[in-house]
Design a protein around this ligand. Structure first.
Ligand code: FES
Length: 147
């Protein structure tokens, strides 16, 4: 799996992580193109089903990036998102998946470098884990069909 390039979905809060990603771009700080950003008005809008759907549709890793603790513009959306991520991690554990495929991150709008660094670190982590179990099943099926 040397050539494996993971597909990562990042649900980013409009007020912080999305702006941080924008700042990284304007400062010409690059981050892996593997990370596909979905802008949300607040991470409190990200439900467990959204994370599971992203994994079902082929994401190898998903993270939710919200405002710093106590800075959510909608009071506690980021805290609720953190609980949901933990809930999904427990569910993945029951399924036998690596729980590290899902993560919660917190940052402010001014943390462009941090956004880029965490995007890189998360991508590297997922690269080490390899394709998601759903992809592995599909790879096995296609290899059996050919062989
Ligand atoms: Fe950013 Fe709620 S407004 S996480």
């Amino acid at each position: 799996m040397e050539n494996f390039e993971p597909e990562i979905v990042a649900f980013c809060c409009h007020y912080c992580a999305y702006t941080a990603a924008d700042m990284a771009g304007s400062k010409r700080i690059s981050y892996p193109p593997n990370v596909k950003i979905i802008r949300v008005p607040c991470t409190g809008k990200v439900d467990a089903i959204h994370i599971m759907k992203a994994l079902e549709k082929g994401a190898d890793g998903v993270y939710v990036a919200g405002c710093l603790e106590g800075d959510c513009h909608f009071k506690n959306g980021n805290t609720r998102a953190g609980y949901r991520v933990e809930h999904v991690q427990k569910y993945l554990e029951e399924l036998g998946w690596e729980t590290e495929r899902v993560a919660m991150m917190n940052m402010s709008a001014g943390m462009g470098e941090f956004f880029a660094r965490t995007a890189l670190e998360f991508t590297q982590k997922i690269k080490q884990l390899g394709p998601s179990p759903i992809k592995r099943i599909n790879i096995d099926k296609s290899q059996k069909a050919v062989g």
